[in-house]
Design a protein around this ligand. Structure first.
Ligand SMILES: [Zn+2]
Length: 324
């Protein structure tokens, strides 16, 4: 530092001497030059001192900021912690599709899966009765959960992905009246011929059996909106809200189509049955930006429904699944 100062002083001296018209030599006494040097050295010392003070100030400010940030973090409310009723883990659920606190980090379940599994385990005939259950496109968390029910003969199916059975919902390769329960959750909105799928579900259910259903339904929508000419994924997203959806259902439109297929329809409001605390604890609903119908739809095949022969033919019109 000392040598730096000397160098700096000399440099300053030369610079100032140059600017101020100082000339080493003629006209400048050595006493004058010494005085000038002393003055400049004093300035450098002062600047050094100021720099030291500024550095100390900066360090102090840094320390203060650290303390303030720690205090702020402490004061901030922690992200809410939920308990998954499927895998029983408690923790912070992850964001999904713009909704906060949706996905269980352990079993990957979302709101609707936790709601459905809660209803099945606590309020449905599946909790106690011996039933043949066919589950279409199940989530891993649901499969793991439902396979633990010893009273259920539980089989999984999918059209695209690998499950126990590969089945097309619009042409089920299954005998008439062969299942007690079908679980078809968030699938019909992907199927152009949804009425044909409903007729097929009706056919393979035993009298007294039921399909457990849900589709996206905006509360307040009056009619089904569909347009088979819209096939481009981007256009479908615009029209139906998702690139692989083919319609927007209304609650009444959905019910009417199921009734036309021969079903008796009941929409179970399990959220209302549970109450807000239980629903919030397991984060079963309520994260949607638009109000969604989150009821569990039961399409029941009447006990006295006559059997019908053969599979439903392609392009079945609504209502023709009803036995004559
Ligand atoms: Zn979970």
């Amino acid at each position: 530092m000392a040598s730096t100062r000397v160098l700096l002083s000399s440099a300053l001296l030369v610079a100032v001497a140059g600017l101020g018209g100082y000339r080493l030599g003629a006209g400048q006494s050595s006493a004058e030059l010494e005085a000038r040097l002393a003055e400049l050295e004093a300035r450098v010392a002062k600047a050094d001192e100021a720099r030291g003070k500024a550095q100390a100030k900066a360090e102090k400010a840094q320390q203060d900021a650290k303390v303030a940030k720690a205090k702020l973090d402490e004061a901030k409310p922690a992200a809410p912690s939920y308990t998954c009723n499927i895998c029983k883990e408690t923790g912070q659920f992850r964001r999904f599709a713009g909704r906060k606190g949706v996905v269980c980090p352990t079993c990957k379940s979302k709101e609707r899966h936790r709601l459905l599994m809660h209803w099945i385990a606590n309020a449905s005939p599946l909790a106690t009765e011996e039933l043949d259950v066919l589950h279409f496109s199940p989530e891993d968390a649901e499969k793991d959960f439902l396979r633990k029910f010893e009273n259920l003969h539980y089989v999984t199916a999918d059209y695209l992905h690998k499950e126990e059975l590969r089945l097309d919902l619009t042409a089920l390769d299954l005998p008439d009246a062969s299942w007690d329960v079908l679980i078809v959750y968030h699938i019909l909105e992907h199927i152009v011929e949804d009425q044909r799928a409903m007729a097929e579900m009706f056919r393979v259910l035993r009298p007294g059996g039921m399909a457990i259903l849900q589709v996206p339904i905006e509360v307040g929508r009056e009619e089904i909106y569909e347009d088979a000419s819209i096939v481009d994924p981007k256009e479908r997203r615009k029209a139906f809200g998702q690139k692989d959806h083919v319609r927007r259902y209304s609650a009444s439109g959905f019910q009417v189509r199921l009734e036309q297929a021969g079903f008796e329809v009941e929409a179970v409001d399990h959220i209302a049955e549970l109450g807000p605390e239980e629903v919030a604890k397991h984060r079963m609903a309520g994260a949607w930006r638009t109000r969604q119908d989150e009821r569990i739809w039961l399409a029941k095949k009447p006990e006295d429904a006559p059997g019908r022969k053969g599979k439903v033919k392609a392009k079945t019109e609504a209502g023709s699944a009803k036995a004559p």
